[in-house]
Write a protein of this length. Structure first.
Length: 367
């Protein structure tokens, strides 16, 4: 049975709950409220994070709300307790990026990832609090990053994987100039209750089309596709058993108040009569390594691990996804020990099938 690793690869930190946008598919609660993380929370996390970073690569991902709404001074004070070898990452909607923010990113060696869903007409869900399109502000922020020579990644949410969309998106992001691209099929989680059931054929074709577009001009690191290809290659040479780590990364998410939620950042801020508020402790009163050591004592975590084992015994795709994400199980099934979700159909099963479909299409030509 897979357990929870005692040392994470990264932590997610919430510098503020506030977001200046009101995206239709957002899962975050409290994004209309500015609850900022005290410096004491960052100091409590920095102690173990600095030790972990001294032993190998370690990252802090600042993810809100919109992290930049915390302001440069406050965000800088939250960065200060972390040693230089700790990688600092910011996930941002880019609407607030200006020259001074770019100077901040350079000074703190911040790795920037921008949320944008493609051309203007593909960003209908990304709106201001007044319902106005945010695309021009997003694009202005991205152009500012480019003008300062700051490399960036992009994260794109796809709500409708229609024919032709994948190639359109890939061409757009090539022109945008991002170095890494992540594609997420919209998920039903958190406060987003829109159904994520999609046509299997359309989703499979979307991924196959994306692979084809990437192979024609593979200048972008395409997160999902590259992982799929590594997995397929490992299956062929018999090393796929080595791809999944023996223990699950705990992915500790540190809320603005120091509360720690494990395994799925999307669970932060929610509660359930059966499971409580999903928190495993608070870094202001208990050391993060101690919280991680007691992870499996949480009833919902134990239930999730049983669900992972059910996936292992029943799903031929287990070696590819490793059992999926806790939040997807909870928000789709209402519990943690269910197995297949719409998310794993859309973003795991159909992804791998799409990659294989593309491989079959090119096989006669390659021969």
């Amino acid at each position: 049975m897979r357990g929870i690793a005692g040392t994470p690869a990264y932590v997610v930190m919430q510098p503020t709950t506030l977001c200046n946008l009101d995206c239709s598919y957002c899962y975050l609660p409290l994004r209309q409220v500015d609850r900022r993380m005290p410096v004491e929370v960052a100091e409590a996390v920095a102690g173990p994070a600095n030790r972990w970073a001294s032993a190998g690569r370690f990252s802090v991902v600042w993810h809100g709300g919109e992290p930049l709404t915390a302001g440069r001074d406050h965000l800088g004070s939250l960065f200060a307790p972390f040693d230089a070898q700790v990688e600092q990452h910011v996930q941002t909607n880019a609407t607030l990026i200006d020259d001074r923010w770019c100077d901040f990113f350079v000074a703190h060696q911040v790795r920037v990832s921008v949320s944008v869903d493609g051309p203007a007409w593909r960003n209908g869900d990304r709106v201001s609090r007044g319902g106005r399109p945010a695309y021009q502000q997003i694009r202005r922020g991205i152009e500012t990053l480019r003008r300062h020579g700051i490399p960036f990644s992009a994260l794109c949410v796809v709500s409708d994987p229609a024919p032709g969309l994948a190639a359109e998106l890939y061409d757009y992001f090539l022109d945008l100039g991002c170095e890494v691209l992540g594609i997420n099929i919209e998920e039903m989680e958190g406060v987003n209750t829109r159904s994520n059931a999609r046509s299997a054929e359309r989703v499979r074709q979307f991924w196959a089309e994306l692979v084809a577009a990437w192979r024609r001009d593979p200048r972008i690191h395409l997160r999902e596709v590259e992982w799929s290809l590594r997995y397929a290659a490992a299956v062929l040479d018999g090393t796929d058993g080595d791809l999944l780590p023996r223990s699950l990364d705990p992915i500790p998410t540190i809320g603005h108040d120091g509360a720690v939620v494990l395994l799925s950042p999307e669970l932060a801020g929610f509660s359930d009569p059966r499971y409580g508020d999903f928190t495993s402790g608070n870094v202001l009163t208990r050391a993060l390594p101690e919280i991680l050591a007691g992870a499996t004592g949480m009833p919902w975590v134990a239930e999730f691990l049983r669900g992972v084992e059910s996936c292992r015994s029943s799903c031929p795709y287990f070696g590819f996804c490793g059992g999926g994400h806790a939040a997807n199980r909870y928000f789709e099934h209402g519990r943690f020990d269910g197995t297949e979700t719409e998310h794993c159909r859309n973003s795991k099963i159909r992804l791998l099938e799409g990659v294989l479909d593309h491989a079959r299409e090119i096989e006669p030509t390659a021969a």
